[in-house]
Design a protein around this ligand. Structure first.
Ligand code: RB5
Length: 147
């Protein structure tokens, strides 16, 4: 993956531990990771952090986003309200790969309560290393998302 990719990451309390571990791992691999919070695992509202990460991706401050909550679902609902954001909840490596190849997803949502740590790691690395297919039919469909 290009080192020019910047990744914005956020969670709520239910996704805080995976956020901490993913940041540590990605930074150790040389990625530019911006932690948009929260700073601790106190109970908090996922939309606050989901909006922050989605806004960073929507404005181009970050190339990609990663959002973690209990299920990944709340974060995806929030993130997909932002223009230009294509957030995908992925519970498998296949879903992560296809969300990039077919949907050009730019925000990965993970559920810490539903996805084991090793699986989450594989999902993150697949999401970040897989390119959009770029085929005409996929470009056409992704364009239609913004109508
Ligand atoms: C928090 O308890 C939980 O509802 C939240 O993390 C998330 O799973 C919502 O989609």
């Amino acid at each position: 993956m290009s080192t020019h990719t910047s990744i914005a990451i956020g969670s709520d309390h239910a996704g805080f531990e995976y956020k901490r571990r993913i940041i540590e791992l990605l930074r150790s691999q040389g990625h530019d990771v911006r932690d948009l919070g929260p700073a601790d695992a106190s109970s908090t509202d996922y939309p606050d952090w989901g909006h922050a990460v989605a806004q960073a991706v929507s404005t181009g401050e970050a190339t990609m986003g990663i959002l973690i909550c209990g299920t990944g679902i709340g974060m995806s609902i929030v993130a997909n309200k932002h223009t230009g954001v294509r957030a995908a909840v992925c519970e498998s490596v296949t879903a992560a790969r296809l969300s990039r190849q077919h949907n050009d997803a730019n925000v990965l949502c993970i559920g810490e309560r539903l996805t084991g740590w090793e699986q989450a790691l594989d999902i993150v690395s697949t999401f970040l290393s897989t390119k959009f297919d770029g085929g005409e039919r996929h470009v056409r469909r992704v364009r239609k998302l913004e109508r």
